[in-house]
Write a protein that binds this ligand. Structure first.
Ligand SMILES: NC(=O)c1ccc[n+]([C@@H]2O[C@H](COP(=O)([O-])OP(=O)(O)OC[C@H]3O[C@@H](n4cnc5c(N)ncnc54)[C@H](OP(=O)(O)O)[C@@H]3O)[C@@H](O)[C@H]2O)c1
Length: 262
C-alpha cells in the first residue's frame, strides 16, 4: 500500500500524514525492530517514536530494511522539553539515530516545566522546519490555552497536537478547538484508555464482523483523528491495520462518542 492510498490529514506545506500510524513506545531492541518491520510489511506508512523511547535506531534500521523509499514513510519523533537550549543537538541525534536527513514531524513531547521556555522552544522548532530538517512541527500534551499562546506569540500554529484520546475520553469541544485552529488532533493510547469489552463497542464490532479494537481505530479515522496503536504482537499489528474495509454509520459514531460524554 502506497502512502497516497491511505486516508491522510493534510498538514501545512502540503504534507500528508497517514491517519493510521504505528506507535513504538515500549517497543525497544530486537522486539521493537521486528515490530516496526512487521508494521511496514503490513502496510503502515507512519511511525511514531521519540527521543525518550530509546528506539530511534531500531526504527531507522527497520525503515531501511523494509526497502521502502524514505518519502513513502512518515516519521515522527519528539523533543523532550528538558532539552531546552540543546534542541538542535537533540534533533541532530534523532536524525543520526534514524539514519535520515529530515523528519516528517517533530513534536515537543510535553509542555516545558517553566512557561518562560515555551516560546523560545517553539521558535527552535520553527527554525528547524525553515531549514528543512523537518517537514512539519507540532506539540504533544498541550492544552488549548498553551497552543493559543504559541499562535499569539509567533503566528505559527502547531500542525499537530498529540494527546491521549479514545472513545472513553471523547471531548467534542476539545476536538472542535483543534479544528478551529487548524491543528490536527493526533490521539495516543487508544487501547490503554479503552474498555474493549464495553457492550457498545462489542455490539458495533459484531455488526461489522470485526473486533472492538478495530472499531476504536475506525472511530478515530472516521473523525479524521490520527491514531497510532502500538503492538509487538504480529497478529495484532496486522489486525490493527485491517480497518479500511468497513466504516461506521452516523448512528454508530454517535453511540461511541457517547462513551466519553456520559
Ligand atoms: N505523546 C505522548 O506523551 C505519548 C504517550 C503515550 C503514547 N504515545 C504514543 O502512542 C502510541 C500508542 O499508545 P500506547 O502505546 O500508550 O498504547 P496503546 O496503543 O493504546 O496500547 C498498547 C497496548 O495494547 C496492546 N494491544 C495492541 N493491539 C491490541 C489489540 N488489537 N487488542 C488488544 N490489545 C492490543 C499492546 O500489546 P502488545 O504490544 O503486547 O501486542 C499494548 O499492551 C505509543 O506507542 C506512542 O508512540 C505518546
Amino acid at each position: 500500500m502506497d502512502l497516497t492510498d491511505q486516508p491522510t490529514a493534510l498538514l501545512p506545506g502540503d504534507v500528508r500524514m497517514p491517519l493510521l500510524g504505528f506507535g513504538t513506545w515500549q517497543a525497544t531492541g530486537q522486539a521493537g525492530y521486528d515490530a516496526v518491520l512487521a508494521a511496514l510489511d503490513t502496510g503502515y506508512r507512519h511511525l511514531d517514536t521519540a527521543t525518550v523511547y530509546g528506539n530511534e535506531r531500531e526504527v531507522g534500521r527497520a525503515v531501511r530494511e523494509s526497502g521502502l523509499r524514505r518519502e513513502d514513510v512518515f516519521i515522527t519523533t519528539k523533543l523532550p522539553p528538558n532539552q531546552v537550549g540543546r534542541e538542535r543537538q537533540t534533533l541532530e541525534a534523532s536524525l543520526e539515530a534514524l539514519g535520515v536527513d529530515h523528519l516528517d514531524l517533530w513534536l515537543i513531547h510535553w509542555p516545558p516545566r517553566s512557561p518562560a521556555d515555551s516560546i523560545p522552544l517553539w521558535r527552535e522548532l520553527i527554525a528547524a522546519r525553515d531549514e528543512n530538517l523537518t517537514r512539519a512541527i507540532g506539540v504533544s500534551n498541550y492544552s488549548t490555552a498553551q497552543i493559543d499562546e504559541l499562535i499569539q506569540s509567533t503566528e505559527e500554529n502547531p500542525a499537530v497536537n498529540q494527546i491521549e484520546w479514545s472513545p472513553a475520553l471523547y471531548d467534542r469541544q476539545r476536538h472542535a478547538e483543534h479544528r478551529d485552529r487548524g491543528v490536527v488532533l493526533e490521539g495516543y493510547s487508544p487501547f490503554k484508555t479503552s474498555d474493549l469489552s464495553d457492550p457498545v463497542l462489542v455490539r458495533i464490532a459484531a455488526a461489522h464482523g470485526v473486533s472492538p479494537a478495530q472499531v476504536v481505530l475506525r472511530w478515530h479515522i472516521d473523525h479524521e483523528i490520527v491514531a497510532i496503536p502500538k503492538s509487538v504482537t504480529p497478529e495484532r499489528i496486522t489486525a490493527n491495520f485491517d480497518v479500511f474495509h468497513f466504516s461506521l454509520t452516523a448512528e454508530e459514531m454517535r453511540d461511541i462518542d457517547a462513551l466519553g460524554e456520559g
